[in-house]
Design a protein around this ligand. Structure first.
Ligand SMILES: *Cc1c(COP(=O)(O)O)cnc(C)c1O
Length: 359
């Protein structure tokens, strides 16, 4: 037996800890922003049939260009997008990794506005690039001026804008995204993992793609499509950007099973989006009801709410876990992050938070 410290690991990986939110099998899991609903049975059956059709050909490598899936994503996204503008990977995390492999790397920089998605620094580290965190305003909003200023100061190779932002729920307005796209020398990626949960779904950076060839918009099936377990993320951009991503992907990176499952699931986008509407209602309920209890929930366009006014986030986390409810302490002072659940799950977490207030 040896220890990690004894291994000839890369110097820049020494002392790091892997991404790791707890995976505990408690009744109410509201800690990693998963879709609270299971895949509906009729959708699951259709997926199984599509996989069954693909399976006899599993002796062959899958379609390296995943043409059918790209067409499905283009149709789903709309905005006149063509299949050659679509890229996909095993989760949008892999898509983001492809972007950094192609446009980042040693000697280059990734800028993002913090607090934001905790994977960005890890992805940057993994490809040997420097991460540049620029703090947001106290209310976590961003303005065109702030974005222009940060880009002028740091001249980054890649900018990641998370909208709606994890862990704060804050949407970035299109004017601010445009300010980034117009002023950055390098790539600007808008991570729209939670786009379907926004109050105004039409307010997406997809509408800007025509005008900014170095603007990329990433999405995922993990949240809106209740597909976190299958691992499918995707991106829309100029066809030349997609060509660049082809240079760094491993051949046949999307299995035939993954492609079949995603194509089938996308046929049911209406069903899946109606569940998203239920989750948006529970998200709004968290904001209203926790606010009425004296907490300070931040406005959210995603499927979770960052809740301020929490005296001791770790104590709150533990108290709720004792009742079988898992939430997230994201390390921001006096806050916890709570994913919107089913109506019953949301009621349970609100009741538990109310009991803590009463103590
Ligand atoms: C959940 C999440 C993703 C999705 O990751 P997958 O790899 O697609 O599961 C991407 N970006 C943000 C900000 C997220 O919160």
């Amino acid at each position: 037996m040896t220890s990690l410290d004894d291994l000839p690991i890369r110097d820049d990986l020494r002392g790091l800890t892997p991404y790791g939110a707890p995976q505990l099998h408690v009744p109410v899991r509201l800690n990693v922003n998963e879709n609270a609903y299971r895949v509906p049975e009729q959708v699951a059956l259709d997926i199984v049939q599509e996989i069954a059709r693909a399976l006899p050909d599993a002796n062959r490598y899958p379609d390296r260009e995943f043409d059918t899936l790209r067409q499905s994503f283009a149709d789903y996204l709309g905005h006149g997008l063509r299949p050659e503008q679509i890229w996909a990977g095993n989760g949008s995390n892999e898509v983001l990794q492809h972007v950094l492999q192609a446009f980042g790397g040693p000697g280059r920089t990734l800028l993002s506005f913090t607090p934001t998605y905790s994977m960005y620094p890890l992805l940057a580290q993994g490809v040997g690039m420097q991460w540049l965190p620029v703090p947001r305003a106290d209310d976590f909003t961003l303005t065109p001026e702030a974005v222009r200023e940060a880009i002028a100061e740091h001249d980054p190779d890649v900018v990641f804008l998370c909208s709606p932002n994890n862990p704060t729920g804050t949407a970035i307005d299109l004017e601010t995204i445009e300010a980034a796209a117009a002023s950055a020398r390098g790539i600007v990626l808008v991570d729209e993992a939670y786009a379907e949960f926004a109050h105004d779904r039409s307010r997406t950076a997809l509408t800007l793609l025509d005008r900014y060839p170095r603007l990329l918009v990433s999405r995922t099936m993990s949240k809106a499509f209740a597909f976190a377990g299958i691992r499918v993320g995707y991106l829309a951009a100029d066809p030349a950007v997609v060509d660049a991503l082809r240079l760094v992907r491993l051949p046949y990176h999307l299995s035939a099973i993954t492609q079949a499952a995603a194509v089938a699931a996308l046929r049911h986008s209406d069903t899946m989006l109606s569940r998203v509407d239920d989750l948006r209602a529970q998200r709004d309920r968290l904001v209203v009801e926790l606010g009425a209890l004296g907490y300070q929930p931040y406005p959210s366009d995603s499927n979770f709410v960052l809740v301020g006014g929490v005296d001791d986030p770790q104590a709150t986390f533990r108290a709720l876990l004792e009742q079988g409810i898992l939430i997230r302490d994201v390390g921001l002072p006096h806050t916890v992050r709570i994913t919107a659940g089913t109506e019953a799950e949301t009621s349970a977490v609100i009741a538990a938070m109310a009991a803590l207030r009463a103590e």
